[in-house]
Design a protein around this ligand. Sequence first.
Ligand SMILES: Nc1ncnc2c1ncn2[C@@H]1O[C@H](COP(=O)(O)OP(=O)(O)OP(=O)(O)O)[C@@H](O)[C@H]1O
Length: 292
Amino acid sequence: MSHGLTLAFQARTDFVDNGSLAAVADGVEVSPKLPSWPTVEPLLAVKNVHLEYATDKSIVRATYDVSFNVYGADRFILLGPSGCGKSSLLKSVAGFLPPRAGSIELDGQVVRKAGPDRVVVFQEFDQLAPWKTVKQNVMFALQASRTLGKKEASERAEHYLHKVGLSRFFNAYPHTLSGGMKQRVAIARAMAMEPKILLMDEPFAALDALTRRKMQEELLALWEDTKFTLMFVTHSIEEALVLGNRILLLSPHPGRVKAEINSHQFSLDSAGSREFQATAQRIHHLLFNEQA
Ligand SMILES: Nc1ncnc2c1ncn2[C@@H]1O[C@H](COP(=O)(O)OP(=O)(O)OP(=O)(O)O)[C@@H](O)[C@H]1O
């Protein structure tokens, strides 16, 4: 299956990269100052964001001066070691964690709180209401957010449950589903909201390797189908390369931007290729501060 993006996309990502970032096309080149091309507005603009948590004893800095842009139909990956602030950035974009400094704008509007235009899928299998059926879980989000009335919510829920292969499970309760099926419900519920950006925080990390691979295939097939905008957190280099068209590399705690990489040329089929392995190796070096 091919999920590479068009040449137009390639040009776009190249000219919008910040010259101060190490933009590593194919994992190798640091971008020079680029020529002035027509401007394409980002869907999501994260500018100089510092994130902090105040605990009883101290202030924990989660990220330091992080900037990046996400464009429509990007599969944008946040990749970095444990504790570098990936989930915190996702939470901040979702509107749950206000930046200590800097700004986050979605479609030109400053993000100040959570909203139905940003929906998060988490890693945990207990994201679903256990007392509601699969279909009720999907409908609930649509109705509670006043996105749709009951009839339309029912139709939309069925539509997205079909898409994730759960047509036969509308009336099942979450405890009767496997981990992969629960994640499919969570994905259907999020997609049914038709958010401007779908936020995923290591959604497949708790699944066994075979199911994880299947879910990656399914997510890419969904993306081929609807070309939604995705921001996806992982600490797996392989998962980042397979799923993403652009990858932001973050340094260890507190997270800073190390580099931005174009990875649209890779697919699940290329995972064993020499180019894929070489790029994975270079990312590893970049992440851990070794000579690339
Ligand atoms: N609620 C919180 N209170 C205090 N500190 C927190 C809180 N949540 C996260 N942190 C701290 O912020 C930093 C970034 O955490 P975050 O969970 O965003 O990292 P991460 O890159 O997603 O890690 P992982 O890959 O392990 O999930 C860490 O030092 C973490 O201990």
